[in-house]
Write a protein that binds this ligand. Structure first.
Ligand code: CMC
Length: 443
C-alpha cells in the first residue's frame, strides 16, 4: 500500500527571500515573508519575541497561521474548497468516502488496486476488541453518543498499545483502526442506546453500507440497503472529511504535538467537535427548525432574536470564521436535499422552513453586512434525517467523516520538518506580585 506520494508533505515555502519590516518602539525588525502555493502570504513572527520582546495577540487565532499544510485549501472569499488540490465539487460528484480518506492520508487518489487493498484493510480492521463491549453497558441510559465516542476512542489506546518505534506498518494499522473502528463504535453506541443487540461489521460490505447495516439491521429485521441513502451518507462523509485548521483539527494538532497517544489525540478532536459552534451545530439547526415549526411562524421571529445582541440566540448553520460567502459544501448538500426529498413519501417540512429562513436571512442587511451565509451544518442535518439517522447521532456522523482529515493532519504534523510542541503565549492581565496572607487575616 502506498504510504507516501507527491502531494504528501507540507514543505517549507520560505525561500522567497522577501522580508517585512516592523517598527516597534522606534526600532525596526526584518521578518521573513512566507508564501503558500495559492498565493497566501504570512509574516513569520517566530523570532520576534527574541529580537524585540513583543509577542503577537490574536483572539481566537483569527489571523494566525499555525502550521504549513499541504492537505486542504480554502478560499473563504470565493467559496473554494479543495482536498489535495481536487475541488470538493468533483470529489462529491465522482469519489467515494474511502477514496477521499486515502487521498487525504496519502496525498494522491488511489489506483483501482490501491483502493481495493485499502477498503479491504479497513474492513479487516473494523472489529473492536471484544472486551470493550463491557464499556457500553456501563454508560448511563441517555448518555450522549459523542461522550461515549470520545471516551471509547481514548480507550482504544489501552487495547491497541502503540509501539515505541512507530514504523510505516504500525502507523498504517493505527490509521485503519481509527477510520474503521470509529464507525463500529458509533453503531454500537446507537444499538446500546435503543437496547438492541449489537451488529458486527461484515467483510462483505463497503464502508457506508456496513455502517448502515450495523446501525439498522437486527436479528428480527434485515436492513435493506437503499443506494440513494448510501450515496447521501457517503456524500455527507466526503464533505466533512477535512476543513484545514478548524477548532477540532487544531485540537488534534495541539494534542498531538505533545506526542500524546494518537487514540487520545483523536478523542480530543471528537470532544472539540461536540460544541454547538462547531460540529454540534448540525443538531442545533434541527432544534431551531423544529422550534420554528412549533411556533408556527416563518422564522422571522427567530431571526429577530438571532440579531438581538441581548440574546445568546444565533441563526444556527449560518456564519463561518473562514467563509465570507456561501459555503460550497452547503450548496452541494442543499442540491442533494432536493434530490433525496423529491423521492415519493420523503418530504420534510423542516426543509421548507430552512429554505424560507435562508431566503429571509439573505435579504437582511444584518446577515449581508456581516457576510453570514449558510455553512455546512445548515442542510446537513436534513440529509441525515432523510437517511433515518437519529438526531443524537448527527455530530457522531460528522466525527466519522472528519476522522481521516484529523489523521491526515496528525500524520503531516508528526512527520513534518517544523514540528514543535504547540505552546502559545499570553498577555497576563492578573494582579502583580503580592504577599501571601495568613488564612485568619483574609476577607
Ligand atoms: N447568527 C447571528 N449572528 C451571527 C451569527 C449567526 N449565526 N454568526 C455570527 N454572527 C454575528 C456575530 O454576533 C458578530 O456580530 P457583531 O459584529 O455585531 O458582534 C458577527 O456576526 C461576527 O461573528 P463572530 O462570532 O465574530 O464570528 P466567528 O468567526 O467568531 O464565529 C461561528 C463563527 C461559526 C462560530 C459563528 O458564525 C456562529 O456561531 N454560527 C452559528 C453556529 C454554527 O453554525 N456553527 C457551525 C460552523 S461551520 C461547521 C463547523 O465548524 O463545524
Amino acid at each position: 500500500m502506498a504510504a507516501t506520494a507527491k502531494g504528501d508533505t507540507a514543505k517549507r515555502e520560505t525561500a522567497t527571500g522577501e522580508t517585512a519590516t516592523i517598527i516597534l518602539e522606534g526600532k525596526s525588525y526584518e521578518l521573513p515573508v512566507v508564501r503558500g502555493t495559492e498565493g497566501e502570504k504570512a509574516v513569520d513572527i517566530s523570532g520576534l519575541r527574541k529580537a524585540s520582546g513583543f509577542v503577537t495577540l490574536d483572539r481566537g487565532y483569527e489571523n494566525t497561521g499555525s502550521c504549513r499544510s499541504a492537505i486542504t485549501f480554502i478560499d473563504g472569499e470565493r467559496g473554494i474548497l479543495r482536498y489535495r488540490g481536487y475541488p470538493i465539487e468533483d470529489l462529491a460528484e465522482h469519489s467515494t468516502f474511502t477514496e477521499v480518506a486515502y487521498l487525504l492520508l496519502y496525498g494522491e487518489l488511489p489506483t483501482a488496486g490501491q483502493l481495493e487493498e485499502f477498503s479491504t484493510f479497513l474492513n479487516e480492521s473494523s472489529l473492536i476488541h471484544e472486551d470493550m463491549l463491557h464499556f457500553f453497558v456501563g454508560f448511563p441510559r441517555g448518555s450522549h453518543p459523542m461522550g461515549i465516542l470520545a471516551t471509547t476512542v481514548a480507550s482504544l489506546s489501552t487495547f491497541y498499545p502503540i509501539p515505541d518505534q512507530l514504523d510505516g506498518k504500525a502507523e498504517r494499522q493505527i490509521l485503519a483502526n481509527l477510520i474503521s473502528q470509529v464507525r463500529t463504535i458509533a453503531a454500537i453506541s446507537y444499538k446500546k442506546s435503543i437496547g438492541e443487540p449489537i451488529v458486527y461489521p461484515s467483510y462483505r460490505l463497503r464502508y457506508v453500507p456496513n455502517f448502515l447495516t450495523m446501525m439498522f439491521s437486527s436479528p428480527v429485521k434485515d436492513y435493506r440497503i437503499d443506494e440513494d441513502i448510501v450515496r447521501a451518507i457517503d456524500l455527507f462523509f466526503i464533505l466533512h472529511a477535512d476543513h484545514e485548521q478548524n477548532c477540532s483539527t487544531s485540537t488534534v494538532r495541539m494534542t498531538g504535538s505533545s506526542l500524546a497517544n494518537v487514540y487520545a489525540v483523536i478523542s480530543a478532536g471528537i470532544s472539540a467537535l461536540w460544541g454547538p459552534r462547531h460540529g454540534g451545530a448540525n443538531q442545533a439547526v434541527i432544534t431551531m427548525l423544529q422550534q420554528i415549526l412549533a411556533e408556527g411562524g416563518d422564522g422571522t421571529e427567530f431571526i429577530r432574536r438571532a440579531k438581538d445582541r441581548n440574546t445568546t440566540d444565533r441563526l444556527m448553520g449560518f456564519g463561518h470564521r473562514v467563509y465570507k460567502s456561501y459555503d460550497p459544501r452547503a450548496s452541494i448538500l442543499k442540491r442533494h436535499c432536493h434530490k433525496l426529498l423529491n423521492r415519493p413519501g420523503m418530504t420534510d417540512p423542516l426543509f421548507d422552513i430552512a429554505q424560507r429562513l435562508e431566503e429571509i436571512a439573505l435579504k437582511d442587511d444584518y446577515f449581508l453586512s456581516r457576510n453570514l451565509y449558510p455553512n455546512v451544518d445548515f442542510y446537513s442535518g436534513l440529509i441525515l434525517r432523510a437517511a433515518g439517522i437519529p438526531y443524537d447521532m448527527f455530530t457522531v456522523l460528522f466525527a466519522i467523516g472528519r476522522t481521516p482529515g484529523w489523521l491526515a493532519h496528525w500524520r503531516e504534523m508528526y512527520h513534518g520538518e517544523d514540528f514543535r510542541i504547540a505552546r502559545p503565549r499570553q498577555i497576563y492581565t492578573g494582579p502583580g506580585a503580592r504577599a501571601w496572607v495568613e488564612r485568619s487575616k483574609r476577607g
